[in-house]
Design a protein around this ligand. Structure first.
Ligand code: HEM
Length: 519
């Protein structure tokens, strides 16, 4: 009886949300199965957006009449992310997901506790803090070039998976910035730091299913499957490894303080710029809290940047003329020593436009939900407390009412000064239109870090290599350096398939031929 009411009566005759556009789904399961089986996490939200372009909110029916709301407009997003931000929190299932993969640091906090932590990290993530990190980004970018040359030699000129190499580099970058050590130097029981993160952030299909079920039914701690045990073990090993680094650093900084005769670590003269040393000097966090922050910076900060670099490389392969234009801009404006400063990196208009367009068309985070704490109005519709509001960056980033009819075309020109689309579609210049980093008090704290890091790596790549696509029309690695001739009518992914996951990951890598320009 209850099931009949929930599926046949409540959603259509009683629900507050029944007047919102609702794409038709299975009468019993709604869209639940379609979401699980979708080709990517963006597939359904984009389809729903295209079916109701002007609607600020779209209702999604799930199994047995449960309701979600897809946020589809700039105004609704602004209310949730900024003007009425205190009325919302992250849904419990989502918090559980991010705490599982990113620890209990800032990403898992809400309300006043979150505001206090954001303020505490304002200095290391400020522009001044990021400027100091640019030499580190440049050094790691140069190391990446050498690594690529070695891989090209070893592979006899066969394509290399760009996603794999950028993941390694982005983990090393965030590892150095966060911990102040090379992550390659850390290992436990024969596993490296990178192995453990790979298990957590890039699970095989069974691992993804366990992850999804565990969000709603707690199976993680008893499910006797090897894949599950591997995940739990990887998380434990990471924590042990990081706890060791924390204790060692604490001893070092305390010894420095003692030797200098100062009572308080914050007065210690120590020129380390990493976030761990900062936290120990500030002395306001327990070791457990420090561990939570480290885990969240490391996981929030490497997978995302690696994906942005991967998709940037894919677009460079698909648009060789953009590659040449970037190379010319870099050669004309940057110091010949190949070590650009933060100001240098910011001074290149086409690079700037190119990175923005990559982040618009390939938002690395696929969904970022919220829920009202109490019944709350959004754009005039009363949303019952607890209803999941699905904010999917790609839905705003591809909405033609915001960006114009070519919203789904990769075109950096739209960001260049004087492009007429800015006047024709003024909403596209609204900060809430570009949803890839979020906005408001919870905007990605690492945005400036990520953008500077991505620019530094792209400058190095484009200066040292020509990149040529090494995958065929179906996304598979090509052998024997065949070239796919027609790229004109392909979608933004150029045939590369993605996983149905929280981040926009390629299913089988993005295969690229790197041709050194100095050969
Ligand atoms: C291209 C790269 C990146 C993208 C696309 C990205 C995107 C995002 C998004 C969408 C959020 C959620 C915002 C919200 O809930 O409204 C977020 C939060 C966060 N990001 Fe990033 N991120 C990137 C890189 C980084 C880096 C490099 C770091 C650190 C070094 C970082 C650290 C964080 C943290 C700590 C949060 C939680 C902030 C809070 O809850 O206040 N991210 N990021």
């Amino acid at each position: 009886m209850c099931v009949l009411y929930a599926t046949l009566i409540f959603p259509f005759y009683r629900s507050n949300l029944r007047h919102l556009p609702t794409p038709p789904g299975n009468f019993l399961l709604g869209h639940t199965l379609s979401f699980v089986l979708a080709s990517s996490a963006n597939a359904l939200p984009l389809r729903f957006m295209r079916s109701a372009l002007d609607a600020p909110l779209i209702r999604i029916l799930h199994a047995f009449g449960s309701e979600w709301v897809l946020v589809n407009g700039v105004e609704a997003t602004r209310e949730i992310w900024q003007s009425n931000v205190r009325a919302f929190k992250r849904p419990d299932f989502f918090k559980k997901a991010i705490v599982e993969i990113a620890g209990v640091g800032m990403v898992g906090l809400e309300g006043e506790a979150h505001r206090v932590e954001r303020r505490a990290f304002a200095v290391p993530f400020s522009l001044g803090g990021i400027k100091k990190l640019v030499p580190l980004f440049n050094a790691k970018a140069a190391q990446l070039s050498s690594r690529i040359k070695t891989l090209v030699r070893r592979s006899n000129g066969e394509p290399i998976d760009a996603h794999g190499i950028f993941t390694k580099t982005a983990l090393e970058v965030v590892g150095l910035a966060t911990l102040g050590v090379e992550v390659d130097s850390l290992s436990i029981g024969g596993y490296t730091f990178a192995d453990l993160y790979h298990r957590i952030l890039d699970p095989p299909p069974l691992g993804q299913i366990i992850f999804a079920i565990n969000l709603f039914i707690p199976i993680r701690h008893w499910l006797p499957l090897q894949e599950n045990r591997k995940f739990v073990q990887a998380n434990q090993c990471l924590s042990i490894m990081l706890q060791r680094v924390i204790s060692e650093r604490k001893h070092e900084i305390c010894a420095l303080s003692r030797n200098a005769g100062v009572e308080d670590n914050s007065q210690t003269k120590d020129d380390r710029t990493d976030f761990l040393s900062f936290m120990i000097r500030e002395n306001q966090w327990s070791e457990e809290e420090i561990l939570g922050h480290l885990l969240s910076f490391m996981s929030a900060g490497h997978d995302t940047s690696a994906l942005a670099l991967t998709w940037a490389t894919l677009t460079l392969c698909l648009h060789p003329s953009m590659q040449s234009r970037l190379r010319a801009e870099i050669q004309a404006n940057l110091p010949a020593n190949g070590r650009p400063s933060y100001t240098n990196l910011e001074s290149l208009p086409f690079l700037n436009a190119f990175i923005k367009e990559v982040l618009r068309c390939f938002a690395p985070i696929t969904f970022n939900p919220r829920t009202p704490i109490n019944d709350t109005f959004v754009c005039g519709t009363l949303i019952p407390a607890g209803t999941p509001l699905l904010l999917s960056p790609q839905v705003l980033n591809f909405n033609p009412t915001i960006w114009g009819p070519d919203a789904e075309t990769f075109d950096p020109e739209r960001w260049m000064p004087g492009d007429e689309r800015a006047d024709m579609f003024p909403l596209s210049r609204d900060p809430f239109a570009m949803a890839s980093f979020g906005y408001g008090p919870r905007i990605c704290i690492g945005k400036a870090f990520a953008v500077a890091e991505i620019k530094s790596v792209i400058v190095e790549m484009v200066s040292k290599f020509e990149v040529v696509r090494g995958w065929d029309e179906r996304g598979k690695k090509m052998m024997g350096r065949d070239l796919v001739k027609s790229v004109g009518d392909e979608d933004v992914f150029g045939g590369v398939e993605v996983k149905n996951f929280m981040t926009l990951k390629p299913k089988e890598g993005v295969w690229v031929n790197f041709r050194a320009l100095d050969d």
